[in-house]
Design a binder for this molecule. Structure first.
Ligand code: G6P
Length: 510
């Protein structure tokens, strides 16, 4: 049988060939709100660069192992702003083995606040994750209108200008690869400045159906659909998202013709292809990192906390990740099966996120209180049922994923969820994946996981118990199947399909 290493090597060679062909045609410009490195100011006033957080950055950063790219991103932190001011134009990102030229988009702080903390995260993110409690929220007042005009529209225009300036660096218009809900208007803005550019927009998060989108006023939702359709390819994580997007275009874009079979939208004489590319992880790179000394050290310290059954979860501290319900399910499990006390432990790794948004702060406070309450209810000097690690420490999270017996991934809804892919790849104990059917990853991995409906507390308790009592042979079979599926459709698969489709657009245009 082919060794794991040569399997990865061949895969990478094939992908590298595609990258070479692509680069021979045009350069690649990537744009997203958050860039690959967050710069912070240290107390002595110097700058410290740290890997940016979230699935988007993890996935895209690994692209640059294979292909040099220019990455246009907003100056988010004070450190980013300082650097952008000092360095002017673009800088080379300080990431080993990666050729990334980082170009900051700098907008006034008040504009960024309206964009990020009023429009994108509280409003768009909540719509796209079905998180509103509609009898009470949201109420779209003047602040939201201002956030649209003075925040969202302006930042999208600023991105378009920055992309066009970068594109002017050499003679050929580059491929433009735009990301996520921060940049729905950018395709049309860029199209005006660079009419020939092959543009692909990829949305990392779910796309709801038209009724839920109607939480947004008509002119906003129409403009979002109209402007994103100026891309050549509009893409999502799953086929479900594609279907919902097509129905939305049919409802919101007057005069558009939507072909549900071919998955295309024609509007104002422009044909947009709508498709899906399930995002994944850099399987070869992550396997190497999981074996590194740094990860090993964390594994040693975490193994002190292990019990016969170690349940792990890894999330941004984020309401859509359903952390509170996950803790409640664990509470119910301990209540129902006292025999498990002292034999089980839950390790929760939560990365601080979006503290600017008050709902995130209260959610995090509530989940930390609940963890303490559960520890108070069952724990003693010998045993602490839940350990919460509230920090951004990727190596530690990977170490924890190596040693879980159960990985709980129960989001209310999630575009993909890369933890569901990272965990089974690095795990060494034939651990069981308990996976929400509302995570995009469920389309690829559901067959080998224990599926749960995320609001179904009882179902989650039962799934956890089924995982605890699962025969070793079945665990082995499922874990191996998960690993295989993840290795086959890894990040190179995600990129390769998109690059090929972009090249096809480019050839048609020549
Ligand atoms: C998700 C989104 C990304 C976002 C990330 C982190 O993965 O799809 O676009 O960057 O969360 O969120 P943040 O607001 O910190 O950038």
């Amino acid at each position: 049988m082919e060794s794991r290493q040569s399997y990865f090597d061949k895969k990478q060679e094939r992908f590298q060939e595609v990258c070479q062909r692509m680069l021979a045609e045009r350069r690649l410009i990537v744009a997203s709100n958050r860039g690959p490195v967050d710069y912070s100011l240290t107390p002595d006033g110097s700058l410290r660069g740290q890997r940016g957080g979230g699935g988007l950055v993890v996935a895209l950063s690994s692209c640059s192992r294979f292909i040099p790219l220019t990455w246009v991103a907003t100056a988010v932190s004070e450190g980013d702003r300082r650097l952008a001011e000092e360095a002017g134009g673009r800088i080379r990102a300080p990431l080993p083995e990666q050729e990334i030229y980082l170009r900051f988009v700098v907008v006034p702080r008040s504009v960024y606040h309206r964009f990020y903390s009023v429009f994108c995260n509280p409003l768009l993110w909540f719509i796209q994750h079905y998180m509103w409690n509609t009898p009470r929220t949201p109420s779209l007042g003047r602040a939201v209108y201002e956030a649209w005009e003075q925040g969202y529209v302006r930042v999208n225009q600023a991105f378009a200008r920055a992309v066009a300036e970068e594109a002017g660096e050499d003679g050929r218009t580059p491929f433009i690869f735009l990301h996520d809900y921060h940049l729905y208007l950018a395709p049309a803005e860029i199209r005006q400045l660079l009419p020939d550019a092959p543009i692909l927009h990829f949305t990392h998060i779910p796309w709801p159906g038209p009724r839920y989108w109607s939480i947004l006023p008509e002119f906003m939702r129409r403009e979002i659909h109209e402007k994103i359709c100026a891309a050549d390819i509009v893409s999502f994580q799953t086929m479900r998202d594609v279907r919902d997007f097509l129905v939305c275009c049919e409802e919101f874009l007057k005069g558009a013709s939507v072909d549900h079979r071919a998955c295309t939208v024609t509007h104002d004489d422009w044909l947009t292809r709508v498709t899906y590319y399930p995002i994944s992880i850099d399987a070869a790179g992550l396997s190497r990192f999981a074996g590194s000394r740094e990860v090993q050290r964390y594994e040693e310290s975490l193994s002190m906390l292990r019990r016969e059954i170690t349940i792990v979860r890894v999330d941004r501290a984020e309401p859509s990740k359903n952390i509170i319900r996950g803790f409640r399910a664990y509470d119910n499990l301990l209540e129902r099966y006292p025999g498990l006390h002292r034999h089980v432990v839950l390790l929760a790794f939560l990365v601080p996120s979006r503290a600017e948004v008050s709902l995130y702060r209260t959610y995090t406070r509530d989940l930390l209180e609940l963890a303490e309450a559960i520890n108070g209810k069952y724990g003693d000097d010998e045993w602490r049922p839940i350990h919460v690690f509230y920090e951004d420490n990727y190596a530690q999270a990977i170490a924890a994923m190596r040693l879980y017996d159960i990985l709980l991934v129960n989001p209310i809804i999630d575009g993909m969820n890369l933890v569901a892919k990272e965990g089974p790849l690095v795990n060494t104990r034939d651990g069981v994946l308990v996976l929400s059917e509302m995570a995009g990853a469920h389309e690829q991995l559901g067959e080998y996981a224990l599926s749960i409906c995320p609001t179904d507390l009882e179902g989650t308790v039962r799934a956890l118990y089924a995982a605890i009592t699962m025969p070793a042979e079945e665990k082995r079979r499922r874990a191996a199947a998960l690993r295989r599926a993840i290795q086959e459709e890894d990040i190179t698969f995600w990129m390769q399909r998109q690059f090929r489709d972009l090249m096809a657009v480019s050839r048609r245009r020549q």
